[in-house]
Design a protein around this ligand. Structure first.
Ligand code: ATP
Ligand code: MG
Length: 384
């Protein structure tokens, strides 16, 4: 049997469309493995699979970016009777598992050499169905739509359409560096960026022994969830910044602690980004969620980065972010308790509307080169 794969946004890509499609095919191949064969079907693709492997293939395709929808399809000869038979065969199976009372037929005739026009063919197939089953035709919102695609070599009959993830194929945009903490937000932000085609490298700051090995295990597990969508290995850096935090704590006004800490994280991230040839930094920041996430404070944080800082969650409500994290599969890991490096030395009353001149004043008390060297000498790299 076949799985018909439809592309969404890629179809709008005019001159670059071929390049995006090739990337999508490569990604599907990598995700599905050798067991499945992928073929082009005009503006779509089809994945050949044994019936018993179909649920597995569908599960994998539902995690590939760039697919707008897919459906399980039965192939028929380009022959009226063979199509009727195949429709009835498919329908028989569907009726066994689902309670269906109404239906409609929707034919798409890409191959105009097929002699019967789509509306006429809809009616003919409808009649065959009504002869055999006690169903009713309903044009608007039927329980079941029988899709028939008349292609050049064969016809394809599919009964349900599953929504894909949409987005663009992973690897079609420039690489980014994701600042990864153990909360709900950053894995969702990473996923949103990946969905727009950017490959990501991950960076986590921790502060042992305040943060434990368990925290890093959690970060690894979260990146592991994201690998279910990249279908490619992911690089995770870990940098211990306990001594850095201590320096800030010792030398600066504690109300600025979080911002100074974040600005140092940005500077270190810029160094890693350069090594990794990443062209932007992404964070899970979200407007108004915590004290450091006011417009003013984000501007101060951003000022310390030479490359763009993207915040895909900026406008989402927390509940929307939680829904997404459940859909992605990161939620259950994210909610496990863990000690964030940020909570070390965190002040009770942080500044919510920092001014750049005050930040610069505070940073005069820090030997920035020494601090950055300290951070950069405490790196571990893991491949997930
Ligand atoms: P999250 O749910 O992603 O942990 P949060 O709601 O706890 O975010 P903050 O603690 O203000 O919010 O962090 C905002 C963003 O800063 C995070 O989404 C992440 O991108 C980055 N960040 C925070 N802490 C770390 C860390 N220890 N290592 C790497 N990045 C971090
Ligand atoms: Mg956090």
């Amino acid at each position: 049997m076949q799985i018909i794969v439809r592309i969404g946004e890629i179809a709008l890509k005019k001159g670059n469309r071929k390049w995006f499609e090739e990337k999508l095919v490569r990604n599907m191949k990598k995700a599905l493995g050798d067991r499945f064969e992928i073929k082009r079907l005009y503006s779509k693709f089809k994945v050949e699979c044994m019936e018993k492997d179909a649920p597995l293939a569908i599960d994998i395709l539902s995690r590939v970016f760039g697919i707008s929808s897919f459906s399980l399809a039965y192939e028929a000869e380009l022959d009226e009777n063979d199509i009727y038979e195949t429709v009835l065969f498919a329908l028989e199976r569907e009726l066994k598992t689902k309670n269906i009372e109404t239906f409609k037929v929707k034919t798409k005739r890409s191959n105009k050499k097929f002699p019967i026009k789509s509306p006429d063919f809809n009616a003919l197939v409808g009649e065959k169905v009504l002869e055999k089953y006690d169903l009713k035709v309903k044009m608007k919102d039927p329980d079941l739509t029988i899709n028939i695609e008349i292609a050049y070599k064969n016809a394809y009959i599919s009964l349900n359409r599953v929504k894909g993830l949409g987005g663009l194929p992973y690897g079609t945009a420039a690489k980014g560096l994701m600042l990864m903490s153990g909360g709900i937000d950053s894995p969702v932000a990473a996923w949103q960026m990946m969905r727009r085609g950017t490959p990501l490298t991950f960076l986590h700051f921790d502060a042992p022994p305040v943060t434990t090995e368990k925290v890093f295990d959690k970060i690894k597990d979260l990146v592991g969830i994201l690998k279910n969508y990249s279908h490619d290995s992911l690089v995770l850096y870990r940098i211990s910044i306990r001594d850095v935090l201590r320096e800030i704590h010792k030398n600066c006004d504690e109300r600025y602690f979080v911002l100074l800490h974040r600005r140092i994280m940005m500077r270190v991230a810029n160094k890693i980004a350069k090594q990794e040839r990443a062209k932007f930094i992404a964070t899970g920041e979200n407007l108004g969620q915590v004290a450091s996430q006011t417009v003013e404070n984000m501007a101060v944080i951003e000022d310390s980065s030479e490359i763009p800082v993207f915040r895909p969650l900026i406008s989402l409500d927390k509940l929307d972010i939680i829904d997404l994290s459940q859909k992605i599969g990161s939620y259950d890991i994210s909610i496990l308790p863990f000690q964030d490096s940020c909570s070390l030395f965190a002040p009770d009353r942080p500044i919510t509307k920092a001014r750049m001149e005050d930040i610069i004043y505070q940073e005069r008390n820090l030997d920035m080169d020494k601090i950055l060297d300290m951070a950069m000498s405490n790196i571990t790299k893991v491949i997930i």
